[in-house]
Design a protein around this ligand. Structure first.
Ligand SMILES: [Zn+2]
Length: 327
């Protein structure tokens, strides 16, 4: 058997049985049925989604936006993941089909991605959409795929964590997807763009706006045309410094499709983790920002961090990890 046939056989063993569903179902209904089925048949996921209902939350309010704080102990492994090349080489890759749990099933998308239920959720219906091949976390040729997936999975926000910007498997390409508006950013950008957005491009095909009044800078690309978004993304990315360790600039990306147009958000990044992550004693706050944090939800696996984190801490964290293209 060739490697390719072996991979195909392993993949087939993990494909969700679509005969259980109505063939006329749209993707949102399929995903809902898929999640429901996984929660019935996969005890680890069932327990963790049940526990998600018990996580404690609070919010810090700033001008025109808020930051949610979520105390989620089950995310400790992800927040503190050792992403060094040595550590990654040592462990079996949890996104490779041959290492998926027996109960874990997936939906094949675009013939090259497997939609999986994330067993360590931050939100309900927290999905991982991973490449069916073990290839590195590099967005370069996949922005078009990201938009295509956002279009397929309407009512959801798709996100991408760069290899040193929160990806827990930097060696295996993957997106994640959560219900739209689970992150405050989905509800806040319209107001921020109207009030303080700096328009960089405004033409028939769409617009590109820089949002600076958000503690962390982001660039928002909006268009009905996917290829126009891809071209604008390439222009923005060309202005960011390359991270030689991974082969692309540091970034978190968000995408969704609503009312006939794509919205694509780029959060340029400077460093992986803030200094408080490495501090000791009272100064320590175990937070490791990824797309979810940039989107306005700070995950604090430790109770003491959840209780003590202040608005000034949030300001400092964003200041340290965000890259500013406007200076
Ligand atoms: Zn892998």
């Amino acid at each position: 058997m060739t490697d390719c046939e072996h991979n195909q056989q392993q993949l087939n063993a993990h494909l969700f049985d679509l005969s259980l569903t109505d063939s006329k179902s749209d993707w949102s209904s399929l995903v809902a049925m898929f999640v429901h089925s996984q929660l019935k048949t996969w005890p680890l996921a069932a327990t963790n989604y049940k526990n998600l209902r018990k996580v404690t939350k609070r919010s810090l309010t700033f001008a025109d936006f808020k930051i949610d704080i979520q105390h989620n102990p089950s995310r400790m492994r992800s927040t503190c993941a050792n992403g060094s090349k040595e550590a990654i080489k040592e462990r079996p890759c949890f996104l490779c089909v041959e290492h998926l749990a027996d109960e874990q099933k997936g939906l094949l998308l675009l013939d090259k991605y497997l939609l999986l239920l994330n067993p360590y959720p931050i939100f309900n219906e927290h999905l991982t959409i991973s490449s069916i091949y073990h290839v590195p976390q590099l967005i370069e040729e996949r922005v078009g795929d990201m938009l295509h997936l956002a279009d397929l999975l309407r009512g959801r926000t798709l996100f991408y964590n760069g290899a040193e910007c929160g990806a827990s498997a930097p060696d295996h390409f993957h997106f994640q997807s959560v219900p739209e508006r689970a992150m405050p950013v989905d509800c806040e950008l319209d107001v921020l763009i109207d009030k303080n957005g700096r328009t960089l491009v405004d033409e028939k095909n769409g617009r590109v706006v820089l949002v600076e009044s958000y503690l962390r800078e982001c660039v928002v690309i909006e268009s009905e045309r996917a290829e126009w978004v891809v071209a604008q993304f390439d222009k923005v990315i060309s202005k960011l410094p390359l991270n030689d360790n991974v082969g692309e600039p540091m970034m978190n990306l968000l995408a969704n499709f609503a009312y006939g147009k794509y919205r694509f958000v780029i959060f340029p990044r400077k460093v992986q983790r803030p200094s408080c992550f490495y501090a000791s004693g009272d100064a320590k706050i175990t937070i490791s920002p990824a797309s979810v944090e940039m989107g306005g939800v700070m995950i604090t696996p430790r109770k003491e961090d959840f209780e003590k984190i202040s608005k000034q801490d949030i300001i400092n964290i964003f200041e340290e990890v965000s890259y500013s293209i406007s200076i």
